[in-house]
Design a protein around this ligand. Structure first.
Ligand SMILES: C[S@@+](CC[C@H](N)C(=O)[O-])C[C@H]1O[C@@H](n2cnc3c(N)ncnc32)[C@H](O)[C@@H]1O
Length: 221
């Protein structure tokens, strides 16, 4: 295990450093789900003291995969509390980023997990994090290649881009159940989805976002 951690750590740090020479990937346990560990941006990354040039580098390369978003953490908690939503099921993690939702599903006994992300670096992170958590996850770089029927589709913090709203119908057509965790859209009203509740969490490493982005709602189709 130690050599795996070392190898993946170097690979992901290399991806970050192509754009952010001062960043590195660091293995971190999730505060809300300590059994789940992820390679994330180093916790002491100098977010508040970035120069204009460093800030440009961050904005030009939004390494979403190097954070565990609040919705991902909340969804992982829901799956631990309600494992029947994924146990024995074929699951898709749509917009996997670090892979947090798919890994949580695998840890709760999903029979097959597929992770889909349009960012190749996110797929590398998902693969590394799956290995770190000793679970198996298949990788897909677009939804069109996610073949077959899914029992459950997980969507955590993907609606930050409003262009992704049409995915709500497309995904609901492909699975018995879609679970959408979101902290960005407050006026979520869709005839095919019902709100299950609200939970508090934050992005890891903490981006010090406003309280409204720490409130995560989960919706089920
Ligand atoms: C904010 S991150 C959330 C990552 C993870 N689900 C979490 O909760 O930590 C959103 C991710 O969705 C991916 N994404 C955005 N639009 C997508 C699309 N149309 N298809 C697949 N992935 C997408 C991005 O590349 C990014 O990795």
């Amino acid at each position: 295990m130690a050599s795996i951690v070392h190898r993946e750590h170097i690979q992901l740090s290399g991806l970050l450093q192509q754009h952010l020479p001062f960043a590195r990937a660091e293995c971190q346990a999730l505060p809300d789900e300590p059994a789940l560990r992820l390679f994330l941006l180093n916790h002491d990354f100098p977010q508040h003291t970035l120069t204009a040039e460093q800030m440009d580098a961050v904005l030009n390369y939004p390494a979403y995969w190097a954070f565990c978003w609040a919705s991902g953490q909340v969804l992982a908690r829901l799956l631990r509390e309600q494992p029947d939503r994924v146990r024995g099921r074929r699951v898709l993690d749509f917009g996997s980023g670090s892979g947090v939702a798919g890994i949580a599903a695998a840890l709760q006994g999903a029979t097959e997990v597929v992770a889909c992300d349009i960012d190749p670096d996110a797929l590398a992170a998902t693969a590394a994090n799956a290995e770190l958590n000793e679970v198996s996850i298949e990788l897909r770089d677009c939804f069109e290649t996610c073949e077959g029927h899914f029992d459950t589709i997980l969507v955590a913090d993907v609606l930050y881009d409003r262009d992704n709203l049409p995915w709500l119908d497309r995904l609901a057509d492909r699975a018995e159940q879609v679970l959408v965790a979101d902290s960005r859209i407050r006026d979520f009203a869709h005839p095919r989805y019902q709100k299950l509740g609200e939970w508090q969490s934050n992005t890891l490493p903490d981006l010090d976002e406003s309280p409204e982005f720490r409130r995560v709602s989960i919706y089920a189709s």
